[in-house]
Design a protein around this ligand. Structure first.
Ligand code: B12
Ligand code: SF4
Length: 502
């Protein structure tokens, strides 16, 4: 440590709230943003990262313990919009325990709805990417310097919040963003169906503009990539910390298919193909390049591919502004929807399709929703069906407001599987009921695939997994003595209780 430097103790927290398709019983992933921030502070500081998803039933006790053990000068929270209410409670707890601690918020919600943090007792708000802004903020706090010139930072002066100019997205060149610090994690228990999981980034950004997605408002339309050398070092580091499954969390890794193919080859050449990889993909990239891409992905170790199908009906795709990324092409000419072709390529090479669909769009009828559910039943291995959700500042939110379709303003329910907007033809609750009723059964069909791959996990967790998927059911409902509507009402009540983390 250089003379004059003071060790700052920092506690970084991600929120415990999860949603229907990532039940914490089976899926508990680290927050990639916080590990990255931990890896980018000046090295003399002491940082601990606590992903509260790992302690869903013990949030208050865990924070209390960590605050006592670490006695941090700075506490940072990473917050998605549906986690805002929990974050508000955690901020109050932290403040009560240590009134003079500096509280910093960051992530999608503070970046896209900074005004919501006006009434909260926080000191700083980091907008957009956080590595460099947070590093500079710590330096300023450490040295007692002003923060007026720190791009991407909002702070309070005597008259309220001051929002400094935005920080342009990092170009990810020249080691500007250093590797994540996984050693800073204070809690254990990350899992993807029984295998220790980690997250790795190879790029940031996207040049599409799907109307439901927050990414464009967050960082503009751009795409920057890390070098393969760095990506492989990151994968090795995750593996050395125990990961046997890795989720590549890039916003849109398939924007550059040639680069992705080269990445698969690099993973194989580096001998890192023994890990299970999970990636999000555009259907068009897989459909149009699947002949060569799919076998290569399989060899590199890819197991689950999340396909952003969004909807199988053209009208819905137009509303979602997702037609282009779902178009199959032959010699440059459109040959229609890419989804089936993409699924076929993946299945032929024994990869599993997580099908991202969005039902409950403004024009949706019972029939159009059923058509999507039927599609999921027939072609998808793990359904990831959501409802359009008006997150802050997305184009979709504007449309829903203009059409006065938003029925539910309770942000903590904006978790993607709670329908909060109605269609022109159906109330929100009916949309959710249709999805919920179908999706539980589609999920059970995935158990054999998991059993073959991770038998021990299934044998030890199957009863709890089924109980979770069918929560709300009873002996009476199993005997058909109770209607699905009654079970659904119970499920909704359970879900409401699950949202109370402290
Ligand atoms: C990977 C991912 C997931 C993964 C893993 C989550 C995890 N544990 O990390 C899974 C699949 C589980 C997931 C689930 C969900 N996700 Co998600 N997910 C993403 C995705 C693709 C990438 C996030 C990521 O890791 N980026 C890389 C890291 C490095 O960047 P970052 O997180 O943005 O962090 C940077 C900054 O935000 C900032 N920052 C973040 N936190 C903090 C904290 C401090 C103190 C500071 C200073 C800075 C800071 O600095 C970081 C480094 O630069 C994004 C974006 C996208 N294109 O879709 C959506 C996204 C974040 N997800 C979203 C949502 C809504 C969800 C779900 C609710 C439902 C859904 N629609 O899928 C669930 C709920 C999650 C849960 N807890 O159960 C939304 C959030 C919208 C919003 N306004 O809140 C996004 C933006 C997608 C969208 N719809 O637009 N997700
Ligand atoms: S392609 Fe994916 S990351 Fe890009 S705007 Fe659409 S949903 Fe967002």
């Amino acid at each position: 440590m250089v003379e004059g430097q003071a060790v700052m103790k920092v506690l970084l927290l991600s929120m415990p709230d999860s949603f229907e398709h990532t039940p914490s019983l089976a899926i508990r992933m680290p927050n990639g943003g916080l590990s990255s921030i931990a890896g980018n502070v000046d090295v003399h500081h002491q940082v601990a990262v606590a992903d509260l998803i790992l302690v869903q039933g013990r949030v208050r006790e865990t924070i209390t313990r960590l605050m006592r053990e670490l006695d941090p000068h700075v506490v940072g929270l990473s917050i998605m919009s549906f986690q805002r209410r929990t974050a508000t409670r955690i901020i109050a707890l932290v403040r009560t325990m240590k009134p003079d601690v500096k509280i910093v918020v960051g992530g999608y919600d503070p970046s896209l709805a900074p005004e919501a943090y006006d009434p909260l007792d926080v000191d700083y708000l980091v907008r957009g990417e956080g590595e460099v802004t947070f590093r500079q903020l710590l330096r300023a706090i450490e040295g007692g310097a002003g923060v007026e010139t720190l791009c991407g930072l909002s702070y309070r002066n005597g008259n309220g919040w001051v929002h400094n100019s935005p920080r342009p997205p990092h170009r990810l060149e020249d080691g500007e963003v250093r590797l994540p610090n996984r050693g800073a994690r204070a809690l254990r228990g990350y899992t993807l169906l029984g295998r220790q999981v980690d997250v790795v980034e190879t790029s940031r950004g996207c040049t599409y503009d799907c109307s439901f997605c927050s990414i464009i408002e967050m960082r503009g339309r751009n795409f920057f990539t890390y070098s393969f050398e760095r990506v492989l070092a990151d994968i090795r580091d995750a593996r050395d910390h125990g990961a046997r499954a890795i989720f590549l969390v890039d916003d849109n890794i398939m924007l550059n298919v040639r680069r992705f193919e080269a990445l698969c080859e690099a993973i194989i050449a580096a001998g890192l193909d023994g890990i299970d990889y999970f990636v999000q993909a555009m259907t068009s990239s897989i459909a149009n390049h699947g002949e060569t891409l799919a076998p290569l992905m399989k060899r590199a170790g890819f197991r689950y591919v999340f396909l952003g199908i969004e909807n199988i009906l053209e009208g819905d795709l137009e509303f979602l502004r997702a037609s282009a990324k779902n178009t199959a092409r032959d010699q440059g000419h459109s040959t229609g929807n890419a989804t089936l072709r993409a699924i076929d390529h993946l299945h032929r090479h024994h990869m599993l399709v997580v099908g991202g669909l969005i039902v409950g769009n403004p024009e949706d009828t019972r029939e159009s929703i059923e058509a999507n559910l039927e599609f999921a039943r027939r072609y998808i291995d793990w359904p990831y069906i959501q409802h359009p959700t008006p997150y802050p500042r997305t184009p979709m939110t504007k449309q829903f407001r203009e059409q006065e379709l938003i029925e539910n303003q309770r942000l903590e329910e904006y978790d993607g599987t709670t329908a909060v907007v109605r269609t022109q033809h159906l109330p929100a609750e009916e949309v959710e009921f249709l999805r919920w009723k179908a999706e539980r059964w589609i999920k059970t069909r995935h158990i054999p695939a998991v059993l073959c791959h991770d038998p021990w996990f299934v044998l030890t967790h199957a009863p709890q997994m089924l109980a979770h998927t069918f929560r709300g059911s009873s002996v009476r409902s199993a005997l058909n003595l109770e209607s699905d509507r009654v079970v659904f009402a119970r499920y909704k009540a359970i879900r409401t209780a699950e949202r109370e983390h402290l």
